[in-house]
Design a protein around this ligand. Structure first.
Ligand code: PLP
Length: 431
């Protein structure tokens, strides 16, 4: 049934395969983990996606995070159209860049100054160089299961539990690139303290997702962010929060506002561009002024601060500021997740659900997921069947168990009821 309803998608994906590696421009879009082929999207409208066969889906991906307002929000479309009339790129300053920078500085607690780039990956690459240039140190702490884009030195995985001196997890990353990367287990207080005690004075920066979205949603245990803040201050290490996913999502000021812990530097992406390619990094002026042209740490970009992208970002942040959708979004998400949990319980399926604000993951795992080692035990075969069942019922979920699901302000109570109804059927089927 399912594949005939999506016959144009099937056909057109075969065409893409001939000229695009794997048919996709980012591997996260491939259906490798769930089987079958990606759905080819024609358009988005509010909370819905429409594929090229004319099927409608309730969208819980939101382009992997940016669309907290839903697709084609009128204010965003209006600002993009206005900017488009003036030209697409100048390679010279515009007022739009200052406007978006002012908004970010106003809304995000740690940001005094901010630099725009074009993706989260670029932001990650830049903050590492910045922290190393600022401190004159080389070592970097990251946590297993946290994703910071496809930067060479951060593409490393941890051995289970023990402190691992980074081994590249992709061919093409030379050992030398990762030899200064220390990989720790998320939420492991002892390992964190030991590492700082042993070599704190060599550590340029610690980078983490304040709420993880990239091994499924994993929350920091109480005191974890506080402990990191204190250790970084004590040892002169730059504390970097990767808020590419959580920024403007967990609250208007991101996770740092929600948890009341201010990092030295943060990275932004996804929501900040409202669907256009924008990344950013910002923080204390004293650190940010280490970058060129004020300081000597080099970082540049032909299309950075692109006017169309800035217009989209400004409209998105202004709309979030004016409408404060967060309390309602959280209520809606909770109604949805309670429905999912009760459906999974009724079906007798081992599960655990993690959520924060408008991000959640239903794990096919009986244990609470607090780190990568536990997340690695998820039942991914069962997830694949859940995913396909939901897709057939018009519910578009991330095509991996290790991703966050996102709700948008455009989602209605009806959509949520439909989603819960679909989940009840599918979870019974796969139990
Ligand atoms: C998506 C993401 C990135 C990478 O951003 P891109 O724009 O895809 O390069 C980095 N960090 C986190 C936490 C992300 O979720």
């Amino acid at each position: 049934m399912s594949s005939s309803r999506r016959s144009h998608s099937e056909e057109q994906f075969q065409r893409a395969l001939k000229v695009i590696p794997g048919g996709v421009n980012s591997p996260a879009r491939a259906f490798g983990a769930v089987g079958g082929h990606p759905v080819i999207i024609d358009r988005g409208e509010g909370q819905y996606l429409y594929d090229i066969d004319g099927n409608r889906y309730i969208d819980y991906v939101g382009s992997w995070g940016p669309h907290i307002l839903g697709h084609r929000h009128p204010q965003v479309v209006f600002r993009i159209e206005a900017a488009l009339k003036k030209g697409t790129s100048f390679g010279a300053p515009t007022l739009l860049e200052t406007e978006l920078a002012e908004l970010v500085a106003e809304l995000v607690p740690c940001v005094e100054k901010v630099r725009m780039v074009n993706s989260g990956t670029e932001a990650a690459m830049s903050v590492l160089r910045l922290a190393r240039g600022y401190t004159g140190r080389d070592k970097v702490i990251k946590f297993a299961g946290c994703y910071h884009g496809h930067v060479d030195s951060l593409l490393v995985q941890a051995g289970s539990g023990a402190l691992t001196l980074g081994t590249p997890s992709s061919p093409g990353v030379p050992q030398g690139c990762t030899s200064d990367t220390l990989v720790l287990e998320y939420n492991d207080f002892d390992q964190l303290k030991e590492t700082f005690a042993k070599m704190g004075e060599q550590i340029a920066c610690l980078i983490l997702e304040p709420v993880v979205g990239n091994m499924g949603v994993v929350l920091p245990e109480p005191g974890f962010l506080e402990t990191i803040r204190a250790l970084c201050t004590e040892h002169g290490t730059v504390f970097i929060m990767d808020e590419v996913m959580t920024g403007f999502r967990l609250s208007i000021g991101g996770a740092q506002e929600r948890f009341g812990i201010t990092p030295d530097i943060c990275m932004l992406g996804k929501v900040i561009g409202g669907g256009m390619p924008v990344g950013a990094y910002g923080g204390k002026a004293e650190i940010m002024d280490t970058i060129s042209p004020v300081g000597t740490v080099y970082q540049a970009g032909t299309l950075s601060g692109n006017p169309i992208a800035m217009a989209s970002g400004i409209a998105t942040l202004e709309c979030l500021k004016e409408t404060n959708p967060y309390p309602q979004l959280e209520e809606k998400t909770q109604r949805l997740t309670q429905g999912l949990v009760s459906a999974a319980s009724k079906a007798g399926l081992p599960h655990t659900l993690a959520e924060c604000g408008s991000m959640y993951t239903l794990f096919f795992n009986p244990d609470k997921v607090t780190n990568y080692t536990i997340s690695a035990r998820n039942d991914t075969d069962r997830f694949a069947r859940y995913f396909q069942g939901m897709l057939d019922r018009g519910i578009y979920l991330p095509c991996s168990q290790f991703e966050a699901n996102f709700t948008s302000a455009a989602l209605t109570d009806d959509d949520i009821d439909q989603t819960i109804q679909a989940a009840e059927e599918v979870l019974q089927e796969i139990a």
